[in-house]
Design a protein around this ligand. Structure first.
Ligand code: ZN
Ligand code: ZN
Length: 363
């Protein structure tokens, strides 16, 4: 084994970073989490490792934390899910968060650091949500990543998987190309997932409600309709939202027409028909962003319109939707329920990521 890997996390960019140095930790004030999503908020967070403050060209500052990768993971799995979740869920999460982070360190998404601390990359909210169980899960899976065998230059090699995950699939997981590039990623398959359905959870587990309480963090528990949800806008509200998010004046919105769906039902191509402008948009995230003041839970929905008597202009649009997140890879709530039912972390990983192997990453 070589030296431990260090990861650089950009935690917060602000006009002026407020922080407090403690004996072994530091506290950052008013860190924004859930940026642009429906649980967007600020909180003070405490971190281990080193802090550096970068002065940016635009006059803002960025707080960057440098820390051992394995210590980073203890915080990530306690931020993405609750550290009181079933142990096999925490272990499965440690493996996918490690796999994803190691790929991100090879190809950083950000300038000056490897990953950010929010949902854009992986949640990393410091040590206050962490406990010894999270540390145990990371230690028990030390160095383990998911790999997939692929042909590179005529040779079969094991490559680290891009292990995307999401909060709740809504009943079926999604494939890569519905969300990102038009490529076939052999381990991101659409699988049926009965586990994240509240009616399944309550039927299968003695106390399903308390499982959800122990596996989700406080701000995630506010989203109770994660599996099936409904949003209604008046036609005026919808036109205003789309105008604000797209910067385009569609006029009145006449129709929303799904042109293509992925295997879960998530729409990746949607035609927005307005009185002044019509445009087809995709993929799933753009659709979610344009149809909500924040971000719609998912792009898996049907649209129902109501009309005033003898009018062809809709009065209201109702979205009946399923799931929370892009739907590709592991379903976090489903995986927590599988763990509570007694499945091992290997079984959970192989369920959501087909054609993969669990192995220790080479240095
Ligand atoms: Zn990021
Ligand atoms: Zn699911």
């Amino acid at each position: 084994m070589g030296a431990p890997r260090q990861i650089k996390i950009g935690i917060l960019t602000a006009p002026h970073i407020e922080y407090e140095l403690r004996a072994r930790t530091f506290v950052l004030k008013r860190v924004r989490i859930g940026i642009g999503f429906h649980w967007d908020r600020r909180e003070d967070q405490e971190f281990q490792g080193a802090l550096s403050i970068r002065n940016n060209a635009d006059g803002t500052q960025t707080a960057i934390n440098t820390i051992d990768l394995e210590d980073y993971l203890c915080s990530v799995i306690s931020s993405e899910m609750n550290a009181d979740s079933p142990m096999e869920l925490l272990k499965a999460h440690a493996v996918i968060s490690r796999s994803w982070a190691m790929l991100a360190m090879q190809h950083p998404n950000h300038e000056g650091y490897d990953v950010c601390a929010d949902d854009h990359c992986q949640r990393y909210e410091g040590i206050r949500r962490m406990n010894e169980r999270a540390v145990e899960a990371v230690r028990a899976t030390a160095g383990q990543v998911l790999t997939n065998e692929q042909m590179v230059n005529g040779k079969m090699v094991n490559l680290i998987c891009d292990t995307r995950y999401h909060k709740c699939c809504g009943g079926r997981t999604e494939i890569w190309s519905t969300c990102w590039e038009d490529i076939d990623v052999p381990y991101i398959r659409s699988v049926e997932c009965p586990y994240c359905n509240p009616s399944y959870i309550n039927k299968s587990l003695v106390d399903g409600t308390s499982l959800l309480r122990t596996c989700l963090n406080d701000y995630d528990r506010e989203t109770e309709d994660f599996h099936d949800w409904q949003v209604t806008y008046t036609a005026d509200e919808l036109a205003q939202i789309i105008r604000a998010k797209s910067g385009i004046d569609f006029g009145e919105i006449i129709d929303l027409v799904p042109l293509h769906r992925g295997p879960s039902g998530r729409i990746d191509s949607l035609r927005i028909v307005g009185t002044r402008h019509t445009e087809t948009i995709g993929k799933e995230l753009k659709i979610r962003l344009w149809l909500s003041p924040t971000c719609l839970y998912s792009s898996w929905f049907d649209v129902k319109k109501t009309f005033a008597p003898s009018s062809i202009r809709p009065l209201t649009f109702t979205f009946n939707g399923h799931g929370w997140g892009h739907g590709a890879g592991l379903c976090q709530i489903g995986a927590a329920v599988m763990a509570a039912e007694g499945h091992s972390y290997e079984e959970i990983l192989h369920y959501y990521y087909a054609n993969t192997r669990l192995g220790v990453a080479a240095q």
